[in-house]
Design a protein around this ligand. Structure first.
Ligand SMILES: [Zn+2]
Ligand SMILES: [Zn+2]
Length: 245
């Protein structure tokens, strides 16, 4: 499985770089995980967005869905667009947002059932409801052929169930929005919580994302590494960074 980061800022784009979006590839299957601001601009640098096979969304905050509408238009209006509707997986507890995933002839909203595992192409996905102001799901994504595991915390404050959910992941991508001192926040993790989570869950590689524009990012990374005792390879997310697992 290959993960390419298309955007990593929290809340709003910054200095030409966008908000949460990841391209997951396995074989010739292309899954978009969240579709933040500038997704299409970055995606077009590496492939034709028309080859996306599916999209899956953690939640419906704008910084995770900002480019969905233009992705639908691209599929609707680009002459070479395929006939098949693009499946867009999201939760259905927010009907206004869920219904907007469907554009007849272009895309089809599909409700995932968070208590069940979901198979999308080569991926097996399980879900964990996070601590966030709106309903949001962390995802544990297993590449079925290799057993490689990617966990994305999505947007979340800290809670203990994250530890077993992230256990032994090959790669953990987190929402590490705050420096140490904001622990117990209702929406996002701190560097300290991220470092401890990664250590407790014994993950192999850690990528800090959903970054905050006015935070000293080298300090964020340094604090995180201190809390996992420098035991885990740790990276700050960057646009078009590729992660092989
Ligand atoms: Zn967010
Ligand atoms: Zn959010």
């Amino acid at each position: 499985m290959k993960v390419t980061i298309l955007g990593y800022w929290g809340a709003y784009p910054h200095q030409g770089e966008g908000t949460t979006s990841f391209l997951l590839e396995s074989g010739d299957f292309h899954l978009l995980l969240d579709a933040g601001s500038t997704t299409l601009v970055q995606l077009e640098k590496i492939l034709d967005p028309l080859v996306l096979d599916a999209v899956i969304l953690t939640h419906y905050h704008h910084d995770h869905i900002a480019d969905l509408g233009v992705l639908q238009y691209l599929r609707q209006l680009k002459p070479s667009a395929p006939i098949a509707e693009l499946p867009i997986y999201g939760h259905s507890e927010d009907l206004a947002h869920f219904n907007a995933l469907t554009l007849p002839g272009v895309s089809k909203g599909i409700a995932y059932q968070p208590q069940k595992e979901l198979t999308i192409g080569p991926f097996q996905i399980s879900f964990l409801k996070t601590v966030h102001p709106v309903l949001c799901f962390a995802m544990r994504i297993v590449e079925r052929e290799t057993g490689k595991v990617l966990v994305f915390t999505a947007d979340t404050g800290y809670f203990a169930d994250l530890i077993p959910f992230c256990q032994d992941a090959d790669v953990l991508i987190t929402d590490t929005y705050f420096l140490e001192g904001m622990e117990g926040h209702h929406a996002h993790l701190t560097s300290k919580e991220t470092g401890l989570l990664a250590k407790e869950a014994n993950v192999k590689k850690l990528v800090l994302s959903h970054l905050k524009q006015d935070v000293d990012l080298q300090e964020l990374k340094r604090q995180t590494e201190e809390y996992h005792h420098h035991k885990i390879e740790t990276h700050l997310a960057q646009t078009l960074m590729e992660i092989e697992l």
